[in-house]
Design a protein around this ligand. Structure first.
Ligand SMILES: [Zn+2]
Ligand SMILES: [Zn+2]
Length: 345
């Protein structure tokens, strides 16, 4: 790594607000701001002031930046974690995640070895490009959903995912409140799924399997970022029509995902598409506005332990040690003692 590269990487936590391939880019904040204004204008009571008249008197800025949210200890932990974690991702953790290009190349080679050289493929056509783009986006999204599902359902993985759900208030920075173990696993599963799809389509269709990209990113993903994606981690409730929430995950559906209410646990685990949740029976498509309390709720009530960078990184490990490793070791040593007694007796 040259000094120049090192310096650019050092700026990464700030670059994510500029680079259009990053979901924190200012261009996505711009469309989210427009959407937030629409919510304020139509439903001012959805902000911190439950009364629409008071909310309108206090104005849009107060609606957008309630002090009790942006200065909450949970939000302050998010800001510090954001910078430190982005640096660790660019310098360390990023190397551990699988890349979709690698998987696509490997898939193509494996198919060639198994079934022989692929033919000339199909001639390029815009419809095939759209098909490829949709298929790759769907595959990526399914990989991310599956990772999210496993992190909810497997108890020791849930200890890592708790980091994300321990947020007591949500700001756009909360989107980065993800433990590196989960970050690497989710990125790898997404890349594996997308790479398999792209590699297989490339083998089958040849150069006609062309992924449409913008800012070197699948256009479906870019379109999704533009659709007020930033609001999914915020206090601004933006829902889509119910039928559309069966296809695309709305910001409001992700608010429900973060709800402390038992009825909402393990629901709406989708990233772009709601179809996987719909199929798995874990979809909630809200018809009306609901005031949601974010956090872990009765699931563990350990939110305070996650209000620091140290807690966000290390609490999962101490939890795993106490809940899984120590009991397992205790069982193992009891077994050993019992066997030892048997032998003696
Ligand atoms: Zn979230
Ligand atoms: Zn979750």
């Amino acid at each position: 790594m040259t000094f120049e590269e090192f310096f650019v990487r050092l700026l990464y936590p700030a670059l994510v607000f500029i680079l259009p391939s990053e979901r924190w880019s200012a261009i996505y904040f711009a469309t989210a701001l427009l959407a937030a204004f629409y919510v304020y204008w139509r439903f001012a009571e959805r902000g911190p002031d439950a009364d629409a008249t008071t909310a309108k008197q206090r104005g849009f800025l107060r609606f957008l930046f309630p002090k009790e949210i942006w200065t909450h200890p949970s939000a302050r932990a998010d800001y510090a974690f954001f910078v430190i974690n982005k640096l660790l991702i660019i310098f360390v953790f990023g190397y551990f995640a699988l890349g979709s290009e690698t998987v696509a190349a490997w898939t193509g080679e494996s198919l060639t070895r198994r079934f022989g050289e692929s033919g000339e493929g199909w001639s390029s056509h815009w419809a095939l490009s759209i098909l490829t783009t949709l298929a790759v986006a769907a595959a990526l999204d399914f990989g991310l959903w599956l990772s999210h599902y496993l992190f909810h359902k497997i108890p020791f993985l849930w200890e890592f995912h708790k980091v994300h759900h321990s947020a007591e208030v949500m700001t756009p920075f909360t989107a980065a409140r993800v433990h590196p173990v989960e970050d690497v696993a989710a990125a790898s599963l997404g890349a594996l799924s997308a790479g398999l799809a792209y590699g297989a389509m490339g083998y089958w269709m040849g150069p006609a399997a062309h992924e449409l990209t913008m800012f070197e990113t699948n256009v479906v993903l870019i379109g999704f970022y533009f659709a007020a994606f930033v609001l999914r981690h915020s206090h601004v409730w933006l829902a889509y029509p119910v039928w559309l929430q069966h296809i695309f995950v709305s910001p409001a559906q992700h608010h429900i995902h973060h709800s402390a209410d038992r009825a909402h646990w393990d629901k709406n685990m989708g990233f772009i598409f709601a179809l996987w949740d719909w199929a798995a029976g874990t979809l909630i498509a809200p018809k009306e506005y609901q005031r949601i309390t974010f956090g872990l709720g009765d699931r563990s009530g350990e939110e305070v332990a996650f209000r620091s960078v140290k807690g966000l990184y290390f609490r999962p490990f101490t939890n795993i040690e106490h809940k899984f490793l120590r009991p397992a070791l205790a069982r193992l040593s009891a077994l050993f003692v019992a066997q030892h007694k048997d032998r003696q007796g």
